[in-house]
Design a protein around this ligand. Structure first.
Ligand code: NI
Length: 248
């Protein structure tokens, strides 16, 4: 493991019976394409040495915030990761397709947001597989990452999901405060390089906050990349059974 010590990947500790992760980490090469936020033009690679942040949006797509957030990402040539619900993908395939066109990443957030730890093996399989199918039908992509609802996972659910579990290091609590000023303040005061930031693209207040957050983070020198790009840039390929909260 010593060769990985130049970077730190933060893993969840086993604190209670519902939360589990192993610490398996493997090094991976990257073929990364991202937009240059300074020159505002497309480039084929970004500066691995410069700070990066991964914005993530859960529970969509929706007709309340997804397009508004994509508008801001598009305007500033930034990217984000959307952890979508299969039930919403079926309603808003066009929004998912647009996110993919803008080089955003799509992750699996289950079909209808149940606590996986409360489900049977078959029910968990359905939650994951039906969402994969919905995503593939909408945009031709098979998601590689999973974020379980509420971040709740254990050894059983991890095994069945058979994907890396992506959690977060900065929680905006946007679902609770519904306050764009509070969301902006949380992100700008807490976010640092390697953070994975949790928001939800189902609240207009979150979309409003993004109109400030995205240009401000870019002006602070952060490259806004997808979760997979963040991990690749730092030389990590996460494996199934691993939970990631940030990549530094
Ligand atoms: Ni959720």
């Amino acid at each position: 493991m010593k060769k990985y010590f130049s970077f730190i990947i933060t893993l969840l500790l086993i604190i209670n019976t519902d939360i589990f992760s192993s610490d398996a980490v493997s090094c991976g090469s990257s073929d990364i394409h991202v937009f240059d936020p300074i020159g505002n033009k497309a480039v084929t690679s970004f500066d691995n040495e410069s700070p990066m942040i991964a914005l993530t949006f859960d529970d969509g797509p929706s007709d309340r915030a997804t397009d508004e957030i994509l508008d801001v990402l598009e305007k500033y040539n930034a990217r984000a990761t959307f952890f979508v619900l299969g039930s919403n993908v079926e309603k808003y395939e066009d929004k998912l397709e647009r996110a993919v066109r803008l080089k955003c990443e799509i992750g699996n957030h289950t079909y209808d947001h149940k606590k996986l730890s409360k489900l049977t093996e078959k029910e968990i399989e359905y939650q994951i597989k039906s969402t994969e199918d919905s995503i593939f039908k909408a945009c031709g992509i098979v998601p590689e990452l999973i974020r379980p609802p509420y971040g709740i996972h254990n050894s059983k659910t991890m095994k069945i999901c058979n994907s890396p579990v992506i959690l977060w290091s900065v929680d905006t609590l946007d679902w609770k405060n519904r306050d764009p000023y509070a969301i902006v303040d949380t992100v700008l005061s807490k976010a640092s390089a390697g953070d994975i930031i949790l928001m939800h693209d189902i609240y207009p207040t979150t979309a409003e906050a993004c109109r400030t957050i995205i240009p401000k983070l870019i002006s602070m020198g952060f490259q806004l990349v997808t979760v997979s790009e963040l991990m690749s840039a730092r030389g990590y390929t996460v494996v199934s059974g691993q939970a990631v909260v940030s990549v530094r």
